[in-house]
Design a protein around this ligand. Structure first.
Ligand SMILES: *[C@@H]1O[C@H](CO)[C@@H](O)[C@H](O)[C@H]1NC(C)=O
Ligand SMILES: *[C@@H]1O[C@H](CO)[C@@H](O)[C@H](O)[C@H]1NC(C)=O
Ligand SMILES: *[C@@H]1O[C@H](CO)[C@@H](O)[C@H](O)[C@H]1NC(C)=O
Ligand SMILES: *[C@@H]1O[C@H](CO)[C@@H](O)[C@H](O)[C@H]1NC(C)=O
Ligand SMILES: *[C@@H]1O[C@H](CO)[C@@H](O)[C@H](O)[C@H]1NC(C)=O
Ligand SMILES: *[C@@H]1O[C@H](CO)[C@@H](O)[C@H](O)[C@H]1NC(C)=O
Ligand SMILES: *[C@@H]1O[C@H](CO)[C@@H](O)[C@H](O)[C@H]1NC(C)=O
Ligand SMILES: *[C@@H]1O[C@H](CO)[C@@H](O)[C@H](O)[C@H]1NC(C)=O
Ligand SMILES: *[C@@H]1O[C@H](CO)[C@@H](O)[C@H](O)[C@H]1NC(C)=O
Ligand SMILES: *[C@@H]1O[C@H](CO)[C@@H](O)[C@H](O)[C@H]1NC(C)=O
Ligand SMILES: *[C@@H]1O[C@H](CO)[C@@H](O)[C@H](O)[C@H]1NC(C)=O
Length: 808
């Protein structure tokens, strides 16, 4: 549970605006301190010092000089000067033009150079100029240039020649004779630290006119752009079909590089970078969700990346989490794994029982068969063995052999680390790999299966519990110190929570006088904090149930924040009292607006925005946070409406954590009839797809303005039809207009209605694998993904067939 205690706190030094205003230039004699920043003229980029704190027990943090996107509210590093030489303390830090004309980071009090634009000061004498000729300017492109003040076209140094992991528009990847540099992108070590990682985007070192992605420990590229044909790179299909970017490849005697520009720069904020996963990913800023949205990734499949999950792991493109340890192995470094750094891979739980003694080898190991895998790592082909048992023996006879396979009469053995194992669809030609394990890891299959399920269930609850214990511990420590009541933890974007005293909440709610609502677990009251913010206070009753719900809420939404998730402001935990404090939602919950006749009619455009917003909130819950959270109770009652009807998902009392190494979780049935996915009923372990199902049901209700459970409709033959089935039929017939809430009087955008209809019908498919992920749903709304006509959900049809007579 170490990784839970090592909580990463990203402290972004928010610069305090100076009285003299922001500038984009440092002139000789001026200095940029830790509190200042340069901002490009167009306001898109800023340069300054920022802090990334790895706040474990020893509270250390690293300082970097870098450029970030200034036009967007989410802190996004784009360039870092000292990525591999972090500065430990911000005391006396300054950026200035040095007396030799270079740009340096100085310790003012000791006058020592910590970082310099011309490396370790021994390279050449190009900078031996007078410093008062030189200025540093942050250009609109995000390029930090050191140039001659009287003649800015004389560039002495530029950050574009030393890219980190971000491919700026207009920057060049490749070789330049003038600087002698071969510029390339190097991924980050993990999702927090900007230190150099293992993946590179560079010109093909073999001289072919293409760019390639390579891993530092492998000489063979795992992706290439294809050879430049004069107009485009064959492996960038988007650049051919829908040209948004103008890519060019230049080859002459002085330089050879790849660059790109946007055809319409004003329309997007683009962030293209070499991701920690080893993929070149392009993000576009979406104002609506206040977040980056991925547009494309190369290679498309993350399992195509060399050693994507590290040694002794299996990569799965279809089902998150994409990386899992092989059987008998456990994650080497959970902290790194949590931060998307998979280089360590997995470790053997029990050492192999193999002793080599001269020319004889004795081994007690066994083999575990993994079906439907593909292995791209090269193996040793062994000629002698004629059948599978001889092949197994050949592996046992060599203590460095870790796996074998036998197919088409060929015996292959793998030695030492196993890399690039990939789970594939069984219908395609997958192989069976026999993995060598200690006999201790394979005692008895029957027993093992149960152990796995128990492990899965306890693993998750232990994780939840430890988080809870951690919160409580922090709380107790705080109380002892009687100091500030602000806990700051979680990751970037996760603000702190306040721990309230019971008496404060009593006062805030005027002794719990104004009740907003009630539920199975407790009642909700309106209140006011000192600064007159309105809050909703949920007081949990029933000690035991309440405790469970309290824990679920604090550990799930306490650590994550998103515009479409209701914000947990804080909590109170005194004796047996458990209270949760949320931001107050002036417009109540969605069910009131949809189903109550006295509520004002929700216009179509509002409904569409609500559908989209809920999808974003769920997508964030499922994929963007460190641990996947399944809400388990999506229904209109749990969708609150904020100012201007921005939807916020609420009530996380039933939420389940899905640990990083699990794709499913076993849990007792929970949720609400009418929104329950079929897999609940069959009792298998669930995935985030149960939320997708419930979301589909909610979409139908948003469209019809009625409960799905009993929507009578005149379908010509005077039969009441279960509405979801009716929808599926109408989509197949191509008639969606008749499905709409008649109160809307056709004041709708039919294209949007069609999208919502199709999305809903895909979401309620019986088979969870047929349903889209919430991320895909968001992409459909954003127009980044096509959607086909969905098939009829059969189970629903069957249920409807047997129950239509009882529905009135
Ligand atoms: C600068 O030097 C002072 C005195 O040696 C030291 O306390 C401080 O931590 C240094 N700052 C940096 C950024 O190294
Ligand atoms: C300093 O630069 C020279 C020339 O580029 C290089 O050979 C040397 O290894 C560098 N030294 C350090 C400590 O980085
Ligand atoms: C540049 O610096 C030199 C030496 O400090 C000084 O003599 C000269 O006047 C300066 N030039 C300008 C333009 O400031
Ligand atoms: C800067 O430009 C001026 C005028 O063109 C020139 O005299 C000076 O030598 C240049 N300085 C450098 C460092 O190139
Ligand atoms: C490369 O492989 C060596 C030996 O396997 C390992 O020690 C090193 O950490 C690897 N480097 C990277 C960047 O993965
Ligand atoms: C694309 O970029 C190249 C090189 O920068 C330029 O020559 C060409 O005109 C650009 N094409 C378009 C359509 O902008
Ligand atoms: C690129 O330039 C090199 C050196 O100038 C030359 O040998 C090579 O043929 C060029 N490639 C193309 C495609 O023009
Ligand atoms: C560029 O995008 C802006 C904003 O989306 C749009 O108004 C403008 O017409 C576009 N220009 C071109 C040439 O497409
Ligand atoms: C090991 O091999 C060597 C040479 O192949 C042989 O002389 C020796 O007797 C063998 N030892 C055993 C224990 O088989
Ligand atoms: C494999 O081949 C060996 C020798 O050729 C033979 O003794 C053994 O019975 C065979 N095993 C199987 C399962 O066919
Ligand atoms: C085991 O296999 C490795 C790799 O093929 C080989 O180098 C080594 O000599 C083998 N060891 C024995 C004892 O056969």
């Amino acid at each position: 549970m170490l990784y839970i205690l090592i909580v990463i706190v990203l402290l972004i030094s928010l610069s305090i605006p100076r009285s003299y205003g922001v500038t984009d230039t440092i002139a000789p004699g001026q200095a940029l301190t830790v509190h200042d920043k340069l901002v490009s003229k167009n306001g898109r980029y800023a340069l300054g010092f920022f802090e990334i704190g790895v706040s474990s027990s020893q509270k250390s943090s690293n300082w970097y000089l870098g450029i970030w996107f200034y036009g967007v509210p989410k802190f996004t590093q784009a360039w870092v000067a000292n990525r591999d030489k972090p500065i430990k303390s911000p005391t006396s830090l300054e950026l200035e033009i040095y007396h030799d004309g270079s740009l340096v980071v100085l310790n003012r009090s000791t006058s020592s150079v910590i970082w310099s634009s011309h490396g370790n000061m021994t390279r050449n004498n190009k900078f031996a100029s007078k410093s008062n000729d030189t200025v540093a300017v942050l250009l609109n492109s995000g390029n930090l240039v050191l140039c001659n003040s009287s003649n800015p076209s004389i560039v002495l140094w530029q950050s574009f020649d030393h890219l980190a992991d971000t491919f700026f528009i207009g920057a060049k990847i490749g070789w330049d004779e003038a600087t002698g540099l071969n510029n390339r992108l190097v991924s980050r070590k993990n999702s927090v630290s900007p230190a150099s990682g293992r993946y590179h985007l560079e010109l093909d070192p073999s001289g072919v006119d293409q760019v390639v992605l390579t891993a530092s420990n492998s000489s063979v590229p795992y992706w290439s752009s294809g050879v430049w044909n004069g107009q485009y790179f064959p492996s960038f299909p988007e650049s051919i079909k829908q040209p948004v970017a103008n890519m060019s490849f230049v080859n002459n005697s002085h330089q050879k590089y790849f660059t790109y520009s946007l055809l319409n720069e004003s329309s997007y904020v683009v962030y293209q970078h070499l991701h920690v996963t080893g993929q070149l990913v392009t993000f576009v800023w979406i104002d609506g969700s206040q977040d980056w949205s991925p547009v494309n990734a190369y290679p498309k499949a993350r399992c195509d990346v060399y050693a994507a999950c590290g040694p002794f792991s299996v990569c799965n493109d279809d089902v998150p989490p994409h990386c899992n340890c092989l059987k008998g192995f456990t994650i080497r470094s959970p902290e790194d794994w949590e931060l998307d750094d998979r280089t360590g891979g997995c470790l053997r739980k029990n050492p192999l029982g193999c002793i080599a003694n001269g020319n004889t080898t004795s081994s007690t190991d066994k083999f575990y068969a993994m079906t439907c895998v593909s292995l791209s790592q090269s193996s040793n082909k062994i000629v002698a063995p004629q059948n599978i048992s001889e092949c197994a023996q050949a592996c046992l006879d060599n203590c460095s052999c870790t796996a074998y396979s036998f197919s088409n009469g060929i015996c292959s053995n793998w030695h030492e680390e196993l890399l690039n194992i990939r789970q594939i669809q069984c219908s395609s030609n997958g192989e069976t790999l026999y993995l060598r394990l200690s006999a201790k890891d394979l005692p008895n299959l029957q027993k093992n299966k149960r152990g796995f399920i128990i492990g899965l269930a306890t693993g998750t609850s232990v994780a939840t519990l430890s988080l809870f214990v951690f919160i409580m511990l922090t709380l107790i420590l705080r109380k002892k110190r009687e100091s500030s009541i602000h806990i700051s933890y979680g990751a970037q974007g996760c603000n702190g929570m306040t721990v309230f005293r019971y008496t404060d909440l009593q006062r805030a709610t005027k002794k719990f006088s104004e009740k907003l609502g009630g539920g199975g677990f407790g009642s909700v009251f309106k209140g006011f904090l000192n600064d007159s913010t309105t809050i909703a206070v949920k007081r949990l009753d029933h000690a035991c149930q309440g405790e469970k719900q309290f824990r679920a809420e604090v550990s799930s939404i306490g650590i994550i924040q998103h515009i479409n998730l209701v914000k947990l402001v804080g909590f109170c935990c005194e004796g047996a009292r458990r209270l949760l404090v949320y931001e107050h939602m002036p417009n109540g919950s969605l069910d009131i607006h949809l189903f109550h006749s006295h509520a004002a009619l929700l216009e179509w455009s509002t409904r569409y925005q609500i559908a989209w917003g809920v999808a974003r909130g769920l997508a964030y819950l499922h994929e963007s946070c460190r641990a996947c959270v399944i809400h388990c109770d999506i229904k209109p009652e749990n969708i609150l409406l904020g100012d201007s009807f921005v939807p916020k998902i609420a009530d996380f009392g039933m939420a389940k954590f899905l640990g990083r190494d699990f794709s499913r979780v076993l849990t007792s049935m929970r949720g609400t009839i009418g929104y329950l996915a079929p897999e609940w009923i069959s009792g298998v372990a669930i995935t985030p797809k149960v939320d997708v199902y419930a979301y589909g049901m909610v979409l139908l209700e948003i469209m019809s303005g009625r409960r799905n459970s009993c929507v009578p409709c005149s379908c010509g033959n005077n039969h009441d039809v279960y509405y979801p089935v009716h929808v599926a039929q109408k989509i197949l017939e191509g008639d969606v207009r008749s499905l709409l809430d008649h109160r809307l009087h056709d004041n709708v955008n039919l294209k949007e209605v069609e999208i919502v209809c199709k999305v809903a019908c895909w979401c309620i498919q019986d088979n969870e694998f047929d349903r889209p992920t919430m991320v895909e749903v968001v992409q459909i709304f954003e127009g980044l993904r096509e959607i086909n006509i969905p098939p009829m959900p059969r189970l629903l049809q069957a249920i409807a067939g047997s129950s239509s007579s009882t529905c009135s």
